[in-house]
Write a protein that binds this ligand. Structure first.
Ligand SMILES: Cc1cc2nc3c(=O)[nH]c(=O)nc-3n(C[C@H](O)[C@H](O)[C@H](O)COP(=O)(O)O)c2cc1C
Length: 450
Protein backbone atom coordinates (compact mmCIF):
# COMPACT_ATOMS: atom_id res chain seq x y z
CA UNK A 1 0.00 0.00 0.00
CA UNK A 2 1.54 3.37 -0.90
CA UNK A 3 1.40 5.88 1.94
CA UNK A 4 -0.21 8.88 0.23
CA UNK A 5 1.26 12.33 0.86
CA UNK A 6 -0.42 13.84 3.89
CA UNK A 7 -3.89 14.90 2.90
CA UNK A 8 -6.62 15.89 5.25
CA UNK A 9 -9.94 14.33 4.50
CA UNK A 10 -13.09 14.55 6.51
CA UNK A 11 -14.13 11.26 8.01
CA UNK A 12 -17.53 11.02 9.53
CA UNK A 13 -17.24 9.88 13.13
CA UNK A 14 -18.34 6.37 13.92
CA UNK A 15 -17.18 2.82 13.89
CA UNK A 16 -14.79 1.59 11.20
CA UNK A 17 -16.19 0.36 7.91
CA UNK A 18 -13.01 -1.62 7.26
CA UNK A 19 -11.20 -3.66 9.90
CA UNK A 20 -7.83 -5.12 9.02
CA UNK A 21 -8.09 -8.38 10.91
CA UNK A 22 -5.54 -9.25 13.57
CA UNK A 23 -3.19 -11.94 12.28
CA UNK A 24 -0.87 -13.85 14.55
CA UNK A 25 1.93 -14.10 15.11
CA UNK A 26 3.23 -10.78 13.78
CA UNK A 27 1.64 -11.15 10.35
CA UNK A 28 -0.33 -8.07 11.41
CA UNK A 29 2.46 -6.30 13.24
CA UNK A 30 2.58 -2.57 14.02
CA UNK A 31 3.74 -1.63 10.52
CA UNK A 32 0.68 -3.12 8.85
CA UNK A 33 -1.78 -1.78 11.43
CA UNK A 34 -0.25 1.71 11.20
CA UNK A 35 -0.24 1.64 7.39
CA UNK A 36 -3.94 0.73 7.37
CA UNK A 37 -4.88 3.45 9.86
CA UNK A 38 -2.81 6.10 8.02
CA UNK A 39 -4.16 5.08 4.59
CA UNK A 40 -7.69 5.21 6.01
CA UNK A 41 -7.16 8.74 7.30
CA UNK A 42 -5.66 9.88 4.01
CA UNK A 43 -8.26 8.26 1.82
CA UNK A 44 -11.26 9.24 3.90
CA UNK A 45 -12.12 5.67 4.87
CA UNK A 46 -12.90 4.70 8.46
CA UNK A 47 -10.28 1.96 8.67
CA UNK A 48 -9.10 0.17 11.80
CA UNK A 49 -5.56 -1.24 11.86
CA UNK A 50 -5.19 -4.17 14.24
CA UNK A 51 -1.98 -5.59 15.70
CA UNK A 52 -1.79 -9.22 16.70
CA UNK A 53 -1.52 -9.61 20.47
CA UNK A 54 -0.22 -13.18 20.24
CA UNK A 55 3.44 -14.03 20.89
CA UNK A 56 4.41 -10.40 21.47
CA UNK A 57 7.28 -11.12 23.92
CA UNK A 58 8.88 -13.38 21.29
CA UNK A 59 8.57 -10.65 18.68
CA UNK A 60 10.02 -7.95 20.92
CA UNK A 61 12.96 -10.10 21.95
CA UNK A 62 13.61 -11.09 18.32
CA UNK A 63 13.60 -7.44 17.23
CA UNK A 64 15.88 -6.34 20.07
CA UNK A 65 18.36 -9.02 19.13
CA UNK A 66 18.39 -7.56 15.63
CA UNK A 67 19.15 -4.08 17.02
CA UNK A 68 15.72 -2.71 16.02
CA UNK A 69 15.72 1.03 16.79
CA UNK A 70 11.92 1.41 16.60
CA UNK A 71 11.47 -1.18 19.34
CA UNK A 72 14.08 0.60 21.48
CA UNK A 73 12.38 3.99 21.00
CA UNK A 74 9.00 2.56 21.98
CA UNK A 75 10.46 0.72 24.98
CA UNK A 76 11.98 3.93 26.27
CA UNK A 77 8.62 5.68 25.89
CA UNK A 78 7.13 2.92 28.05
CA UNK A 79 9.46 3.09 31.03
CA UNK A 80 13.19 3.85 30.80
CA UNK A 81 13.96 1.69 33.85
CA UNK A 82 12.16 -1.40 32.51
CA UNK A 83 13.56 -0.64 29.05
CA UNK A 84 17.10 -0.80 30.46
CA UNK A 85 16.44 -4.14 32.19
CA UNK A 86 15.00 -5.68 29.01
CA UNK A 87 17.72 -4.21 26.79
CA UNK A 88 20.48 -5.50 29.09
CA UNK A 89 19.09 -8.96 28.63
CA UNK A 90 18.22 -9.01 24.94
CA UNK A 91 19.46 -6.03 22.93
CA UNK A 92 22.24 -6.71 20.43
CA UNK A 93 23.75 -3.79 18.56
CA UNK A 94 25.39 -4.46 15.23
CA UNK A 95 24.85 -6.90 12.39
CA UNK A 96 22.22 -9.65 12.72
CA UNK A 97 25.03 -12.24 12.71
CA UNK A 98 25.70 -11.24 16.32
CA UNK A 99 22.20 -12.26 17.45
CA UNK A 100 22.20 -14.21 20.68
CA UNK A 101 19.27 -16.37 19.59
CA UNK A 102 17.74 -16.05 23.03
CA UNK A 103 14.07 -16.81 23.66
CA UNK A 104 11.94 -15.07 26.30
CA UNK A 105 10.55 -17.24 29.11
CA UNK A 106 7.44 -19.25 28.26
CA UNK A 107 4.16 -17.64 29.42
CA UNK A 108 3.63 -20.56 31.82
CA UNK A 109 6.30 -19.13 34.14
CA UNK A 110 3.53 -16.79 35.35
CA UNK A 111 2.25 -19.89 37.18
CA UNK A 112 5.28 -22.13 37.56
CA UNK A 113 8.11 -19.61 37.98
CA UNK A 114 9.55 -18.08 41.12
CA UNK A 115 8.64 -14.48 42.01
CA UNK A 116 11.63 -12.99 40.17
CA UNK A 117 10.86 -14.91 36.96
CA UNK A 118 7.18 -13.99 37.16
CA UNK A 119 8.03 -10.30 37.59
CA UNK A 120 10.48 -10.44 34.66
CA UNK A 121 7.87 -12.07 32.40
CA UNK A 122 5.16 -9.60 33.39
CA UNK A 123 7.40 -6.65 32.61
CA UNK A 124 8.35 -8.14 29.26
CA UNK A 125 4.74 -8.90 28.29
CA UNK A 126 3.34 -5.50 29.35
CA UNK A 127 6.24 -3.77 27.59
CA UNK A 128 5.87 -5.89 24.42
CA UNK A 129 2.18 -5.00 24.06
CA UNK A 130 2.89 -1.33 24.76
CA UNK A 131 5.63 -1.28 22.12
CA UNK A 132 3.42 -2.86 19.45
CA UNK A 133 0.47 -0.52 19.99
CA UNK A 134 2.60 2.60 20.58
CA UNK A 135 4.44 2.10 17.29
CA UNK A 136 1.18 1.38 15.44
CA UNK A 137 -0.30 4.64 16.79
CA UNK A 138 2.75 6.83 16.32
CA UNK A 139 2.37 9.97 14.21
CA UNK A 140 -1.31 9.79 13.17
CA UNK A 141 -4.76 9.94 14.70
CA UNK A 142 -6.32 6.82 13.14
CA UNK A 143 -7.67 4.07 15.42
CA UNK A 144 -5.65 0.98 16.35
CA UNK A 145 -6.91 -2.28 17.80
CA UNK A 146 -5.30 -5.36 19.29
CA UNK A 147 -6.40 -8.94 18.61
CA UNK A 148 -6.27 -11.67 21.22
CA UNK A 149 -7.08 -15.35 21.14
CA UNK A 150 -9.12 -16.24 24.22
CA UNK A 151 -7.30 -19.58 24.39
CA UNK A 152 -3.98 -17.85 25.12
CA UNK A 153 -5.19 -16.87 28.57
CA UNK A 154 -1.87 -16.62 30.39
CA UNK A 155 -0.92 -13.44 28.56
CA UNK A 156 -4.22 -11.55 28.68
CA UNK A 157 -3.66 -9.47 31.80
CA UNK A 158 -0.23 -8.05 30.88
CA UNK A 159 -1.01 -7.69 27.17
CA UNK A 160 -4.28 -5.82 27.78
CA UNK A 161 -2.53 -3.54 30.26
CA UNK A 162 0.36 -2.72 27.92
CA UNK A 163 -2.04 -2.12 25.03
CA UNK A 164 -4.26 0.19 27.14
CA UNK A 165 -1.23 2.09 28.43
CA UNK A 166 -0.37 2.80 24.79
CA UNK A 167 -3.96 3.99 24.16
CA UNK A 168 -5.39 1.09 22.17
CA UNK A 169 -8.83 1.93 20.72
CA UNK A 170 -10.31 -1.55 20.16
CA UNK A 171 -9.75 -4.98 21.73
CA UNK A 172 -10.96 -7.80 19.47
CA UNK A 173 -11.03 -11.31 20.90
CA UNK A 174 -11.81 -14.62 19.20
CA UNK A 175 -11.05 -18.33 19.56
CA UNK A 176 -13.13 -18.95 22.66
CA UNK A 177 -15.62 -17.26 24.98
CA UNK A 178 -13.87 -14.16 26.30
CA UNK A 179 -16.45 -13.38 28.99
CA UNK A 180 -13.78 -12.15 31.41
CA UNK A 181 -12.25 -9.46 29.20
CA UNK A 182 -14.78 -6.63 29.88
CA UNK A 183 -14.18 -6.88 33.64
CA UNK A 184 -10.42 -6.64 33.07
CA UNK A 185 -10.86 -3.47 30.98
CA UNK A 186 -13.12 -1.98 33.67
CA UNK A 187 -10.64 -2.80 36.46
CA UNK A 188 -7.79 -1.18 34.59
CA UNK A 189 -9.86 1.94 33.94
CA UNK A 190 -10.44 2.17 37.70
CA UNK A 191 -6.70 1.51 38.29
CA UNK A 192 -7.64 -1.54 40.30
CA UNK A 193 -6.15 -5.06 40.22
CA UNK A 194 -7.66 -7.25 37.51
CA UNK A 195 -8.03 -11.01 37.58
CA UNK A 196 -8.43 -13.77 35.02
CA UNK A 197 -9.59 -17.27 35.76
CA UNK A 198 -7.47 -19.82 33.93
CA UNK A 199 -9.14 -22.85 32.31
CA UNK A 200 -7.30 -25.84 33.77
CA UNK A 201 -8.22 -29.24 32.37
CA UNK A 202 -9.13 -31.69 35.14
CA UNK A 203 -8.94 -29.11 37.95
CA UNK A 204 -11.60 -28.68 40.59
CA UNK A 205 -10.11 -25.60 42.21
CA UNK A 206 -10.22 -22.16 40.64
CA UNK A 207 -6.90 -20.83 39.36
CA UNK A 208 -6.88 -17.07 39.06
CA UNK A 209 -4.18 -14.82 37.67
CA UNK A 210 -4.04 -11.22 38.93
CA UNK A 211 -2.27 -8.05 37.89
CA UNK A 212 -2.27 -4.66 39.58
CA UNK A 213 -1.98 -1.88 36.98
CA UNK A 214 -0.51 0.45 39.60
CA UNK A 215 2.69 -1.63 39.43
CA UNK A 216 3.15 -0.16 35.94
CA UNK A 217 1.07 3.02 35.64
CA UNK A 218 2.91 6.28 36.22
CA UNK A 219 1.61 8.18 39.27
CA UNK A 220 -1.66 10.00 38.54
CA UNK A 221 -2.17 8.44 35.11
CA UNK A 222 -5.44 6.73 34.29
CA UNK A 223 -6.50 4.50 31.40
CA UNK A 224 -9.26 4.85 28.81
CA UNK A 225 -11.56 1.90 28.07
CA UNK A 226 -11.16 0.56 24.53
CA UNK A 227 -14.15 -0.84 22.63
CA UNK A 228 -14.50 -4.57 23.16
CA UNK A 229 -15.40 -6.59 20.05
CA UNK A 230 -16.17 -10.29 20.11
CA UNK A 231 -15.08 -12.39 17.12
CA UNK A 232 -17.53 -15.24 16.67
CA UNK A 233 -18.83 -17.47 13.93
CA UNK A 234 -22.39 -17.86 15.17
CA UNK A 235 -25.16 -15.71 16.64
CA UNK A 236 -25.51 -18.10 19.61
CA UNK A 237 -22.17 -17.05 21.10
CA UNK A 238 -22.77 -13.37 20.33
CA UNK A 239 -26.16 -13.49 22.09
CA UNK A 240 -24.80 -15.40 25.05
CA UNK A 241 -21.98 -12.95 25.65
CA UNK A 242 -24.11 -9.85 25.04
CA UNK A 243 -26.58 -11.08 27.65
CA UNK A 244 -23.95 -11.31 30.37
CA UNK A 245 -21.16 -8.77 29.81
CA UNK A 246 -20.53 -5.42 28.12
CA UNK A 247 -19.74 -6.09 24.43
CA UNK A 248 -19.46 -3.17 22.01
CA UNK A 249 -19.66 -5.07 18.73
CA UNK A 250 -19.18 -8.35 16.88
CA UNK A 251 -17.04 -9.61 14.03
CA UNK A 252 -18.92 -12.52 12.47
CA UNK A 253 -16.42 -14.74 10.72
CA UNK A 254 -17.42 -17.35 8.13
CA UNK A 255 -15.58 -20.62 7.43
CA UNK A 256 -13.68 -19.21 4.43
CA UNK A 257 -11.80 -16.73 6.67
CA UNK A 258 -8.02 -17.15 6.80
CA UNK A 259 -6.35 -18.42 9.99
CA UNK A 260 -8.41 -20.38 12.53
CA UNK A 261 -12.08 -21.21 11.92
CA UNK A 262 -14.85 -22.45 14.17
CA UNK A 263 -15.32 -26.22 14.25
CA UNK A 264 -18.16 -27.53 12.06
CA UNK A 265 -21.36 -28.36 13.94
CA UNK A 266 -22.53 -31.31 11.86
CA UNK A 267 -20.45 -34.02 10.19
CA UNK A 268 -16.97 -32.98 11.17
CA UNK A 269 -14.74 -33.78 8.21
CA UNK A 270 -14.99 -35.00 4.64
CA UNK A 271 -12.79 -37.62 2.95
CA UNK A 272 -10.03 -35.06 2.38
CA UNK A 273 -9.99 -34.26 6.13
CA UNK A 274 -11.47 -30.77 5.67
CA UNK A 275 -14.39 -29.71 7.90
CA UNK A 276 -17.83 -29.71 6.32
CA UNK A 277 -19.94 -26.69 7.17
CA UNK A 278 -23.72 -26.77 6.79
CA UNK A 279 -26.85 -24.80 7.61
CA UNK A 280 -26.37 -25.17 11.36
CA UNK A 281 -23.09 -23.27 11.09
CA UNK A 282 -24.70 -20.29 9.34
CA UNK A 283 -25.21 -17.31 11.67
CA UNK A 284 -28.57 -15.59 11.79
CA UNK A 285 -27.55 -12.00 11.09
CA UNK A 286 -31.03 -10.76 11.99
CA UNK A 287 -30.49 -12.00 15.54
CA UNK A 288 -27.12 -10.28 15.66
CA UNK A 289 -28.61 -7.00 14.37
CA UNK A 290 -31.27 -7.23 17.12
CA UNK A 291 -28.52 -6.96 19.72
CA UNK A 292 -28.27 -3.31 18.69
CA UNK A 293 -24.48 -3.20 18.38
CA UNK A 294 -22.34 -2.72 15.29
CA UNK A 295 -21.17 -5.86 13.56
CA UNK A 296 -18.72 -6.65 10.79
CA UNK A 297 -18.63 -9.62 8.42
CA UNK A 298 -15.41 -11.52 7.75
CA UNK A 299 -14.34 -14.33 5.41
CA UNK A 300 -13.97 -13.47 1.69
CA UNK A 301 -15.27 -9.89 2.08
CA UNK A 302 -12.27 -8.13 0.51
CA UNK A 303 -14.08 -6.35 -2.32
CA UNK A 304 -16.19 -3.21 -2.63
CA UNK A 305 -19.14 -5.30 -3.82
CA UNK A 306 -18.96 -7.51 -0.75
CA UNK A 307 -18.71 -4.44 1.51
CA UNK A 308 -21.96 -3.20 -0.07
CA UNK A 309 -23.47 -6.65 0.47
CA UNK A 310 -22.42 -6.64 4.13
CA UNK A 311 -23.93 -3.20 4.62
CA UNK A 312 -27.16 -4.30 2.99
CA UNK A 313 -27.30 -7.05 5.61
CA UNK A 314 -27.06 -4.45 8.37
CA UNK A 315 -23.32 -4.68 9.04
CA UNK A 316 -21.19 -1.63 9.89
CA UNK A 317 -18.55 -2.98 7.53
CA UNK A 318 -16.18 -5.85 6.95
CA UNK A 319 -13.07 -7.40 8.46
CA UNK A 320 -10.43 -8.50 5.96
CA UNK A 321 -7.40 -10.71 6.65
CA UNK A 322 -5.79 -12.64 3.78
CA UNK A 323 -5.57 -9.65 1.40
CA UNK A 324 -3.78 -7.65 4.11
CA UNK A 325 -1.50 -10.58 4.93
CA UNK A 326 -0.31 -10.43 1.32
CA UNK A 327 0.29 -6.68 1.08
CA UNK A 328 3.76 -5.14 1.30
CA UNK A 329 3.44 -3.90 4.88
CA UNK A 330 2.45 -7.21 6.47
CA UNK A 331 4.91 -9.15 8.60
CA UNK A 332 4.73 -12.18 6.31
CA UNK A 333 8.14 -12.94 4.74
CA UNK A 334 8.56 -11.36 1.30
CA UNK A 335 9.66 -14.62 -0.35
CA UNK A 336 6.48 -16.34 0.86
CA UNK A 337 4.32 -13.43 -0.33
CA UNK A 338 5.99 -13.46 -3.74
CA UNK A 339 5.34 -17.18 -4.15
CA UNK A 340 1.69 -16.77 -3.14
CA UNK A 341 1.20 -13.75 -5.45
CA UNK A 342 2.65 -15.82 -8.31
CA UNK A 343 0.25 -18.66 -7.61
CA UNK A 344 -2.75 -16.37 -7.30
CA UNK A 345 -1.89 -14.81 -10.68
CA UNK A 346 -1.67 -18.30 -12.18
CA UNK A 347 -4.89 -19.33 -10.39
CA UNK A 348 -2.89 -22.15 -8.82
CA UNK A 349 -3.04 -21.31 -5.12
CA UNK A 350 -4.29 -24.15 -2.95
CA UNK A 351 -5.47 -23.55 0.63
CA UNK A 352 -6.76 -26.46 2.71
CA UNK A 353 -8.59 -26.31 6.00
CA UNK A 354 -6.88 -28.75 8.33
CA UNK A 355 -8.99 -30.13 11.13
CA UNK A 356 -5.87 -31.31 12.97
CA UNK A 357 -2.98 -28.86 12.38
CA UNK A 358 -3.58 -26.35 15.17
CA UNK A 359 -2.73 -27.27 18.78
CA UNK A 360 -5.69 -25.08 19.75
CA UNK A 361 -8.06 -27.73 18.37
CA UNK A 362 -9.72 -25.26 15.95
CA UNK A 363 -9.63 -25.94 12.19
CA UNK A 364 -6.80 -23.96 10.56
CA UNK A 365 -6.29 -22.84 6.96
CA UNK A 366 -2.97 -23.99 5.53
CA UNK A 367 -1.52 -22.69 2.24
CA UNK A 368 -0.08 -25.65 0.34
CA UNK A 369 3.54 -24.73 -0.48
CA UNK A 370 6.46 -27.01 -1.33
CA UNK A 371 9.09 -27.07 1.40
CA UNK A 372 6.63 -25.95 4.08
CA UNK A 373 4.97 -28.01 6.81
CA UNK A 374 1.99 -28.44 4.46
CA UNK A 375 4.06 -31.18 2.79
CA UNK A 376 3.88 -34.56 4.52
CA UNK A 377 7.62 -35.15 3.88
CA UNK A 378 8.59 -31.92 5.64
CA UNK A 379 6.07 -32.54 8.42
CA UNK A 380 7.51 -35.99 9.16
CA UNK A 381 11.09 -34.70 9.22
CA UNK A 382 10.14 -32.02 11.73
CA UNK A 383 11.70 -31.99 15.16
CA UNK A 384 8.71 -31.92 17.53
CA UNK A 385 9.20 -29.38 20.29
CA UNK A 386 7.51 -26.73 22.40
CA UNK A 387 9.98 -23.91 23.03
CA UNK A 388 7.65 -20.89 22.94
CA UNK A 389 4.58 -22.24 24.68
CA UNK A 390 1.87 -19.74 23.68
CA UNK A 391 -0.80 -22.27 22.61
CA UNK A 392 -0.40 -24.70 25.49
CA UNK A 393 -3.20 -26.23 27.51
CA UNK A 394 -3.12 -25.95 31.31
CA UNK A 395 -3.88 -29.21 33.12
CA UNK A 396 -4.09 -30.46 36.68
CA UNK A 397 -1.12 -32.68 37.47
CA UNK A 398 -1.68 -35.92 39.41
CA UNK A 399 -0.63 -36.00 43.03
CA UNK A 400 1.93 -38.62 41.95
CA UNK A 401 3.48 -36.06 39.61
CA UNK A 402 3.67 -33.53 42.42
CA UNK A 403 0.24 -31.90 41.89
CA UNK A 404 -0.10 -28.28 40.76
CA UNK A 405 -0.67 -27.04 37.25
CA UNK A 406 1.23 -28.32 34.25
CA UNK A 407 1.24 -27.16 30.63
CA UNK A 408 1.19 -29.38 27.55
CA UNK A 409 0.96 -28.96 23.80
CA UNK A 410 -0.09 -31.70 21.37
CA UNK A 411 2.65 -30.66 18.95
CA UNK A 412 5.44 -31.28 21.47
CA UNK A 413 7.24 -34.67 21.48
CA UNK A 414 4.57 -37.40 21.67
CA UNK A 415 6.01 -39.22 24.70
CA UNK A 416 6.20 -35.98 26.70
CA UNK A 417 2.59 -35.14 25.83
CA UNK A 418 1.38 -38.61 26.81
CA UNK A 419 3.37 -38.46 30.08
CA UNK A 420 1.52 -35.25 30.81
CA UNK A 421 -1.83 -36.99 30.48
CA UNK A 422 -2.52 -36.18 26.82
CA UNK A 423 -3.57 -38.83 24.33
CA UNK A 424 -1.38 -39.99 21.46
CA UNK A 425 -4.34 -39.63 19.10
CA UNK A 426 -4.50 -35.90 19.68
CA UNK A 427 -0.86 -35.42 18.61
CA UNK A 428 -1.53 -36.73 15.09
CA UNK A 429 -1.12 -34.07 12.41
CA UNK A 430 -0.39 -31.29 14.90
CA UNK A 431 1.86 -28.41 13.83
CA UNK A 432 3.73 -26.02 16.10
CA UNK A 433 1.99 -22.78 15.15
CA UNK A 434 4.24 -20.70 17.42
CA UNK A 435 7.28 -21.68 15.36
CA UNK A 436 5.40 -22.15 12.07
CA UNK A 437 3.73 -18.72 12.01
CA UNK A 438 6.78 -17.14 13.65
CA UNK A 439 9.04 -18.49 10.90
CA UNK A 440 6.55 -17.32 8.25
CA UNK A 441 6.79 -13.86 9.81
CA UNK A 442 10.61 -13.97 9.70
CA UNK A 443 11.26 -14.51 13.40
CA UNK A 444 14.82 -15.75 13.87
CA UNK A 445 14.68 -17.33 17.32
CA UNK A 446 16.26 -20.77 17.24
CA UNK A 447 14.20 -23.84 16.46
CA UNK A 448 15.69 -25.98 19.17
CA UNK A 449 14.59 -27.22 22.57
CA UNK A 450 15.63 -25.16 25.59
C1 LIG B 1 -2.30 -15.57 8.31
C2 LIG B 1 -3.55 -15.28 9.09
C3 LIG B 1 -3.48 -15.28 10.48
C4 LIG B 1 -4.62 -14.98 11.23
N1 LIG B 1 -4.52 -14.92 12.59
C5 LIG B 1 -5.59 -14.53 13.33
C6 LIG B 1 -5.46 -14.34 14.74
O1 LIG B 1 -4.39 -14.49 15.32
N2 LIG B 1 -6.58 -13.99 15.42
C7 LIG B 1 -7.80 -13.80 14.80
O2 LIG B 1 -8.79 -13.47 15.47
N3 LIG B 1 -7.94 -13.95 13.47
C8 LIG B 1 -6.86 -14.30 12.72
N4 LIG B 1 -6.98 -14.40 11.35
C9 LIG B 1 -8.29 -14.08 10.72
C10 LIG B 1 -8.35 -12.62 10.23
O3 LIG B 1 -8.25 -11.71 11.27
C11 LIG B 1 -9.64 -12.33 9.44
O4 LIG B 1 -10.78 -12.42 10.25
C12 LIG B 1 -9.85 -13.29 8.28
O5 LIG B 1 -8.65 -13.48 7.60
C13 LIG B 1 -10.91 -12.71 7.34
O6 LIG B 1 -11.12 -13.52 6.22
P1 LIG B 1 -10.33 -13.33 4.81
O7 LIG B 1 -8.99 -13.92 5.05
O8 LIG B 1 -11.15 -14.11 3.85
O9 LIG B 1 -10.28 -11.87 4.53
C14 LIG B 1 -5.86 -14.72 10.57
C15 LIG B 1 -5.90 -14.73 9.18
C16 LIG B 1 -4.78 -15.00 8.43
C17 LIG B 1 -4.86 -14.99 6.93
Amino acid sequence: MPEPAATISTIAPGHPELIQGGMGVAVSDWRLARAVAVAGRNLGVRALGVVSGTGLPVMLVDRLQAGDCDAVRALNAFDPGIAREIMDEYFVEGPPAKRRGKLPPKPEVLITGNEATKARMLKLAVAAAYVEVWLAKEGHSGPIGINLLEKVQLMHLPVLLGAMMAGVDYVLVGAGIPYQVPAVLASYVRSEPASYRLDVSGAEDKHVLTLDPRDFLPEGESLRRPQFVLIASHHALAMRLAATVEVDGFVIEGPSAGGHNAPARGKLTGEDGQPIYGDRDRPDLGKIAELGKPFWLAGSYATAARLDEARALGAAGVQVGSAFALCNESGLRQDIKREIWKRIAAEALEVKTSATASPSGFPFQVVQLEGSLSEQRVYEARNRLCNMGHLVEAYQKDEGAGGGIGFRCPSEPVDAFVREGGTEASTVGKLCLCNGLGAAAGVQVPLRPR
